[in-house]
Design a binder for this molecule. Structure first.
Ligand code: ATP
Length: 538
């Protein structure tokens, strides 16, 4: 697996994504639109492979619980626009807010909760407060520890701070190309926040709450009554259909409902490529377990199921290629938990060390015990009341089941696959980079090349290509030198290339080139299909 990608590799990854058709800016010809991204042909395949693997391994798989008993997960596909009362019940209308700070001078906008503030001594002995803008907590702590020990920022933190900051610290600092934001305290102990490029202190507004839901109107009249929201998460479509699923399917608790779909959040500061987008795709499971009161009589507790999902989701990300040190599981502290999860069995994040978060990590998937909060809320707000309860025949009891929610992002997952696969190959002839995708994720599984586009080779290549493409996504390429064609497939992350050359016509063998080692071997042309199936799965 790839080592930790250096921070500056992100520019190269973004450039490769653009050059090879993985990811492009949305509406690029009009200058793009901040926080929205399109997937090109290779990116669309990669993201589809990720979603398909999730669906196959969750909805279509034979799953067994920690008690070795099988259980079901069924799929739904719900609408993006729902009755707006859904979002009152879920707490999103009242509470789905980020504190937002504007810089009046530079017109930049920040999330106040992403500034990690620490107190330090200024040069003249005053307290100054240093806030690290928009980094992860890990990243902030790394810089902070350095600051604390040396009473100065790391050597690589230099040069591009605002004049106001320089005045206070008598120095100039940036951290990994990301400027710090500083807070100064005046005689009345009031904090002045200083924006990234501002020339004086006090140009930032107080934090204001900002609702992240996109609004639109249904029907011809654009008034409050017709206001609706684009869903900020897919989960609520699942909760609203809880009874429909129970009534129409042969499911019994514990069971899960899964959904893949778009979600929209008007993020204050979309950044880091697709990591924080305003339109993105989620892959969510709501897993309905028995009420904790019933766990004593032979059932599993919410903690058992929480641990099961946490560990199996972590193992799943490892199984599709994030097997190295860049993936970690992080259990939340109690005081970090969402209000509904305070009494629960726990919350954890599966995190990836992206080049832009390194040495810190960014969330790929959250696993949370949501208790029975959502079903109770919907029962109350919809007027369905106890009819929304689950009837447990075994126990002859009605209750709101508790829920474990593994909630993953398909775009962040795709970005993690891209970052993990990205491997500079300075020693390899022709290819500057190789994308070492797990074979299951690779957008193209194999390529077929005639060595030259004559002497009967194209015809043999064409017939091999046609044979292979019935089972696998493969490509044929006849253009340019063989070295350039290999390099192109290395950047696409294609695990194998089969080349038809002069010998093929006489001895019926082809060369197989391995993406990761560039090693070549010869195999019989009639063995190619079986070789590919064995290597990448059928
Ligand atoms: P963050 O703290 O990074 O904003 P979150 O904790 O709000 O994320 P959840 O509400 O738990 O995220 O959403 C579940 C998953 O959806 C996340 O783990 C992530 O993969 C994905 N996701 C959430 N917001 C975004 C976004 N703006 N862009 C891309 N993916 C996102």
């Amino acid at each position: 697996m790839a080592d930790v990608a250096p921070t500056n590799s992100m520019d190269d990854i973004v450039a490769l994504c653009r050059r090879r058709g993985f990811i492009w800016q949305s509406s690029e010809i009009y200058g793009g639109i901040n926080g929205f991204w399109d997937y090109g042909p290779l990116g669309a395949e990669l993201k589809r492979n990720l979603r398909d693997a999730w669906w196959e391994d969750i909805v279509r798989a034979d799953l067994v619980g920690p008690d070795d008993k099988p259980f079901d997960v069924v799929g739904v596909d719900c609408t993006i626009i729902m009755n707006p009362k859904v979002w009152e019940a879920s707490g999103h209308v009242g509470g789905f807010n980020d504190p937002m700070v504007d810089d009046k001078e530079t017109k930049q906008r920040y999330r106040a909760d992403h500034m990690w503030v620490r107190e330090a001594q200024g040069e003249n002995g005053d307290s100054i407060f240093v806030a690290i803008q928009l980094g992860s907590e890990d990243e902030a702590m790394t810089a902070w520890n350095h600051y604390d020990q040396e009473n100065r920022l790391p050597d690589d933190i230099h040069n591009s701070l605002s004049k106001a900051v320089k005045k206070i610290l008598g120095g100039a600092y940036t951290f990994k190309d990301r400027p710090f934001t500083y807070l100064d305290v005046d005689d009345d102990q009031r904090i002045h926040v200083i924006g990234e490029s501002a020339s004086e202190a006090g140009t930032l507004t107080e934090p204001r709450m900002f609702n992240l839901m996109f609004e639109t109107f249904v029907g011809a009249i654009r008034d409050e009554e017709n206001k609706v929201y684009l869903r900020p998460e897919t989960a609520q479509g699942i909760f609203c259909n809880f009874n429909n699923v129970v009534d129409t399917q042969r499911v019994k608790a514990p069971f899960g409902i899964a959904q893949i779909g778009k979600a929209f959040r008007n993020e204050v500061t979309p950044r880091n490529f697709t990591f924080r987008s305003r339109e993105f795709e989620q892959m969510e499971i709501e897993f309905f377990i028995t009420h904790p009161d019933h766990a004593g009589d032979g059932g599993l507790t919410p903690s058992d199921w929480y641990a099961y999902w946490r560990d199996s989701r972590y193992a799943w990300w490892q199984s599709i290629g994030l097997a190295g040190d860049n993936l970690q599981l992080r259990e939340h502290d109690r005081d970090e938990l969402a209000h509904y999860a305070k009494d629960g069995a726990g919350t954890s994040d599966i995190e990836y060390r992206f080049p832009f978060t390194a040495p810190g990590f960014g969330e790929l998937e959250g696993v949370a015990h949501r208790t029975d909060f959502d079903l109770r809320q919907h029962a109350e707000h919809s007027g369905y009341g106890k009819k929304m309860q689950y009837f447990d025949q075994e126990r002859n009891a009605r209750y709101f089941p508790h829920v474990i929610e593994p909630s993953a992002g398909a775009d962040r997952g795709t970005l993690a696959l891209l970052c993990e696969a990205f491997t500079p190959t300075p020693d390899r002839q022709g290819s500057k980079y190789v994308m070492k995708f797990h074979p299951r994720m690779a957008p193209i599984k194999a390529a077929v090349f005639p060595l030259v586009n004559k002497d009967g080779m194209p015809e043999v290549a064409e017939s091999l290509y046609k044979e292979l493409r019935t089972d696998h996504p493969v490509q044929i390429d006849v253009k340019q030198s063989i070295g350039k064609r290999y390099a192109r497939m290395d950047e696409a992350g294609t695990p194998y290339c089969f080349t038809i050359d002069g010998d093929t016509l006489s001895d019926q063998t082809v060369t197989v080139r391995d993406r990761d080692t560039a090693a070549q071997e010869r195999i019989g042309i009639d063995k190619v299909g079986a070789f590919l199936t064995e290597k990448i799965g059928g």
